[in-house]
Design a protein around this ligand. Sequence first.
Ligand code: CP
Ligand code: NVA
Length: 341
Amino acid sequence: MESVSLNTEIAEKFLKENSLIGRDFLSMSDLSASELRGVLAVAAAFKAYRREGRAFAQLPPFSAMAMIFEKPSLRTRVTFELAMDELGGSAVMLSGSEIGLGTREPIRDIGANLSRWVSAITARVTRHQTLVDMAEAASAPVINALSDREHPCQATADLLTILEKAPQCDKLLHSTRNDTIKVAFIGDGNNVAQSLMLGCVLLGIHIVLACPPGYEPGPDLLQKAKLRSVETGGSVEVTHNPAEAIIGSAAVVTDVWTSMGQEAEREKRLRSFADYQLNAQLLAKALPEAIVLHCLPAHRGEEITADVLEGPQSAVLDEAENRLHAQKSVIALLLGASPVN
Ligand code: CP
Ligand code: NVA
């Protein structure tokens, strides 16, 4: 499969170690560097097996997931639900408004009740604190399906795609040596960028984020990423210069300028981000075979032009597909799936 050297033995060994069982996944920083490599190896195994029509691992009997969404979703909802189904479990979809998250009932009561029925709670929330409160009350693992702070499942899929398809990165999955690449993020230093930044440094990647003034990643997460990069050999840099950020990059990532819930700021954001569009002229400064990633949905003509989004360097559909494999891995590891022989 492309450039990831798939080693099913490593994936099986990591799955059998059960080192993530029962844990929450609220932030990319919840994982160590070796745990992230394990998650990616298991994701790659799920992908390869699925392509052969086989199951790599199965959940214990009666595994179920509650999925709480306070915001719209296509990719996250479909891939979580399919992942549970393919792993032999079931999923129950709940909108934030139907359960009155924090209004009809306190978040902690919802987390405690759900834990009596289901083996995991996945939530897409307006405020990251909702996830933290839920995780405190829930005995079941809580998974972040997007908050205002992070989108760690997206970053896991992005890193899987980078390992598979970006040039010069074939040694990143198993090596701790400094055979690294540069990744550029152009745009809003928001949830998607923050999780990607943390994930890149864990893998020893050099990530440069070009964000307009006032839209840089939060100082606490930036500090966290810098601290982690000391152990891993990666690095993180923030600039206001997209052209400088993109030079020599093996992967170029962007995200919408106006995230869900920020619609009232759209006009102001269009002005602030005007020089941060990922277009053919900017992309030409990356490595010639650099891949383009976007979590989707995309706004053509804003953060990315249609020719780049749909062009030969775009890997956005592989990235979207990888949401399924990455989340299957996260679920399998948190819920204690066993390899299928
Ligand atoms: N990328 C992503 O999270 O897509 P959805 O909002 O459609 O789930
Ligand atoms: N930053 C975007 C990501 C959507 C998947 C948002 O929060 O709306």
